[in-house]
Write a protein that binds this ligand. Structure first.
Ligand code: NAP
Length: 264
C-alpha cells in the first residue's frame, strides 16, 4: 500500500525518569557515544528530519550524519549526504547564529504559514528554503496533514521526527508516527514541569495510543527500544489485551479438545 504521507519514524532519548531536558530548559547531551551511533543509523534511512522550532531555539544543533561510512553509503545510493533538515515554525522566531544554519553540508527548509511575518520570511530565506503553506487565518498551528502531503509531494518518503515534546504530541495525535526508537539513559533528571518525549495536552483514556514492542537492546546501561504504532488500536490497552487473552484461551481450549478427542 502506498502512503499519501511519508513513513514517519520518531527518535528520542530520555532519562530513566522520563525527562528529555533539565528544569532550566537547557539542552544537555546525556546519551552515550553508542546512542549517537544508533542515531546515525536511524538518520541514514531518512530523506528528511523534522524538528519543532523550540528544539532549534534551545539546542541550535545541526542534524547531520557523523559516521563517514554511512555518508559514503548514501552517496553510493545517489542520496544527499545528510537528510534535509526541516524546522516547523509559525512565529518564525528562529535564531540564525546557531550551528543548524552554519553547517554547510545540509539542505535546510523552514515550514511556516503563508500568514507568518513576511519580513522574517525574507530574512530567513537567506539561510534556508522557506515553504509557506496556505492556512486559514483563524488557525495558529499549521495543519500537519497539509505538511505531510506536501513533504510526500516534495519527495520525502521517509521522515524522521526528532522532537520536541510538543511537535511529537501533535504528530502522534494525527496518527502520523509509524515507529518509535527510544533510548532510556541511566540517569535521573527530575522536575515536575520537565518535558517528556510526548507533551502537548496529552490523551484522554479513550484516546491512548498503543504500541507493539519490536526489540530491545542493552548496552552499557542504556536501553535501546523499538516500537511500532498500532494505528488501529486507540484507547485503553486493556481492551486489546483482553481480546488477545481470549484468543490465547480459545486456542488452548481447541488444543485441549483435540487432545481429549484423541483419548476417546
Ligand atoms: N532528548 C531528546 O531526544 C530531545 C529531542 C528533541 C528535543 N528535545 C528537547 O525538547 C525541548 C523542546 O521541545 P518543545 O516541546 O518545547 O518544543 P518543540 O516541539 O521542539 O517546538 C514547538 C514549536 O514548534 C513549532 N510548531 C510545532 N507544531 C507546529 C505546527 N503545527 N505549526 C506551526 N508551528 C509548529 C512552534 O514554533 P513557533 O513557536 O516558532 O511558532 C512551536 O512553538 C528542548 O528542551 C529540547 O532540548 C529533546
Amino acid at each position: 500500500m502506498t502512503l499519501s504521507r511519508p513513513y514517519v519514524t520518531m527518535n528520542m532519548a530520555m532519562s530513566t525518569d522520563g525527562k528529555i531536558s533539565t528544569y532550566q530548559g537547557k539542552s544537555i547531551q546525556f546519551s552515550s557515544v553508542e546512542d549517537r551511533r544508533v542515531m546515525d543509523e536511524i538518520r541514514f534511512q531518512a530523506d528528511a528530519i523534522l524538528i519543532g522550532a523550540n528544539t532549534l531555539r534551545v539546542d541550535g544543533i545541526h542534524l547531520w550524519i557523523k559516521t563517514e561510512a554511512l555518508v559514503k553509503k548514501r552517496a553510493a545510493q545517489k542520496k544527499a549526504p545528510h537528510p534535509i533538515n526541516i524546522v516547523i515554525s509559525r512565529s518564525l522566531d528562529i535564531p540564525t547564529d546557531c550551528r543548524f544554519f552554519s553547517y554547510p553540508d545540509t539542505e535546510k527548509w523552514i515550514i511556516t504559514s503563508e500568514n507568518s511575518d513576511s519580513e522574517k520570511m525574507n530574512d530567513l530565506a537567506r539561510f534556508a528554503r522557506i515553504h509557506a503553506l496556505s492556512q486559514s487565518q483563524s488557525h495558529d498551528d499549521i495543519d500537519l496533514s497539509l505538511v505531510m502531503a506536501y513533504l510526500k509531494k516534495w519527495g520525502v518518503n521517509r521522515l524522521l521526527l526528532e522532537g520536541g515534546s510538543r511537535l511529537n504530541f501533535q504528530m502522534i495525535s494525527h496518527n502520523f508516527v509509524d515507529e518509535l526508537y527510544l533510548t532510556i539513559c541511566p540517569i535521573i533528571i527530575g522536575g515536575e514541569r520537565v518535558a517528556s518525549p510526548v507533551g502537548g495536552q496529552g490523551f484522554p483514556s479513550h484516546k491512548i495510543r498503543n504500541l507493539k514492542f519490536l526489540s530491545c537492546r542493552h548496552f552499557e546501561g542504556e536501553l535501546f527500544l523499538r516500537y511500532q504504532f498500532l494505528h488501529g488500536q486507540i484507547g485503553n490497552p486493556r481492551k486489546y489485551r483482553s481480546a488477545l487473552d481470549r484468543e490465547v484461551f480459545l486456542s488452548k481450549l481447541e488444543r485441549l479438545e483435540f487432545l481429549c478427542g484423541n483419548l476417546e
